[in-house]
Design a protein around this ligand. Structure first.
Ligand SMILES: NC(=O)c1ccc[n+]([C@@H]2O[C@H](COP(=O)([O-])OP(=O)(O)OC[C@H]3O[C@@H](n4cnc5c(N)ncnc54)[C@H](OP(=O)(O)O)[C@@H]3O)[C@@H](O)[C@H]2O)c1
Length: 252
C-alpha cells in the first residue's frame, strides 16, 4: 500500500510520520518545507499555487491529508486548493480527511471552510473517510496557555475543551488506512472535558509554577458556542491521554 501524507511538517503530519516509520507501507510525504531527519520520499507541493500536486499524488493509493492553513490564505487553501487537489485524485482508493468536532455549529471562519471542504469531499467521486477530532492538547496550550502575562494566564472564562493527544489521533488515522472508505466517522475526542481555567491550573500544578489564572468574560457567538461545549462530544471519549498526562510527558 502506497500512502501520501500531506502537511508533513505540521503537528499531525509529524505524529503520522513518527508512527508510519517501521510499518509495512510505502510512504511519500509532501509539504512546502522538507521535514528534518525523515527518510521518507519528500515532494514539494503548494496547495495555494497548485505547484507539485500532480507529482505528490502520483502513484499513491491512500492520502492522509494533514495539510492546512487556518489563518493565511485559508479560503484559497482549505477550499479552492482542496478542490484542485480533489480533481487530481481519480486513481485514489482512499482519501482520509482529518476534521474538527462541531465545525457546523461554531461560528469561526476556519471551521466554516473545513465544513465546506467536507461537503466538497462528500460530493466528489473520491472514496473518503472523514475523521473529526477535538482540539489537540498542544494546540490549546499554544493558543491560550503558552505564556503567562505578568505572572497570570489570562483565559476566556468558562470556555471548555475536550482536548486529545495528537499521537492518539494519528494512530486512529493510520488504523483507517486498511479499512477502506468509511464516510464520516464518529468523533474522536479526548478523555475529559475541562474549562480552560482548569487546564491553566493543571499546568501551574504540574510545572510547579508560581503563576496564577485570571478568567475574563467575553461576549459573542463564538465565545458562547465554546461555553456551550459545541467543540466537545461527551459520548465519544476515545483518547486515553489526558491534558495532565500530556503536560507530565513533556517534563520527561
Ligand atoms: N490542531 C488541532 O488542534 C486540530 C484538531 C483536530 C483536527 N485538526 C486537523 O488536523 C489537520 C492538521 O492540523 P495541524 O494542527 O497538524 O496543522 P499544522 O501544524 O498547522 O500543519 C499544517 C501543515 O500544512 C502545511 N501547509 C501549510 N500551507 C500549505 C500550502 N500552501 N501547501 C501545502 N502545504 C501547506 C504545512 O507545511 P509547510 O508550511 O511546510 O508547507 C504543515 O505541514 C488539519 O486538517 C486540522 O484541521 C487539527
Amino acid at each position: 500500500m502506497r500512502i501520501l501524507v500531506t502537511g508533513s511538517t505540521g503537528q499531525l503530519g509529524s505524529a503520522l510520520l513518527k508512527q508510519l516509520k517501521g510499518l509495512d507501507y510505502q510512504v511519500k510525504i509532501t509539504s512546502r518545507r522538507k521535514p528534518e531527519g525523515v527518510d521518507f520520499t519528500w515532494v514539494y507541493s503548494d496547495l495555494l499555487s497548485g505547484e507539485g500536486l500532480e507529482e505528490a499524488v502520483k502513484d499513491v493509493d491512500v492520502i492522509i491529508h494533514a495539510a492546512t492553513s487556518p489563518i493565511k490564505n485559508s479560503k484559497s487553501i482549505e477550499v479552492d486548493g482542496f478542490e484542485k487537489l480533489l480533481s487530481k485524485l481519480h486513481h485514489i482508493k482512499l482519501f482520509i480527511y482529518p476534521s474538527i468536532v462541531g465545525i457546523e455549529e461554531i461560528p469561526f471562519k476556519y471551521y466554516k471552510l473545513k465544513y465546506k471542504a467536507e461537503e466538497l469531499l462528500k460530493n466528489s467521486s473520491v472514496p473518503y473517510t472523514i475523521a473529526r477530532a477535538t482540539q489537540f492538547h498542544s494546540f490549546v496550550e499554544n493558543l491560550f496557555l503558552s505564556k503567562p502575562f505578568f505572572k497570570r494566564y489570562i483565559v476566556p472564562r468558562k470556555i471548555k475543551f475536550q482536548s486529545v493527544d495528537v499521537n492518539e489521533f494519528a494512530r486512529h488515522l493510520i488504523d483507517l488506512v486498511n479499512k477502506g472508505p468509511q464516510g464520516k466517522l464518529d468523533d474522536f475526542c479526548g478523555p475529559e472535558i475541562r474549562t480552560l481555567r482548569e487546564m491553566a491550573e493543571l499546568k501551574i500544578k504540574v510545572n510547579n509554577e508560581t503563576n496564577d489564572v485570571l478568567g475574563i468574560p467575553f461576549s459573542g457567538k463564538l465565545y458562547n458556542s465554546l461555553i456551550e461545549g459545541k467543540n466537545t462530544n461527551p459520548m465519544q471519549k476515545k483518547g486515553m491521554i489526558t491534558y495532565e498526562d500530556y503536560l507530565r510527558n513533556k517534563l520527561n
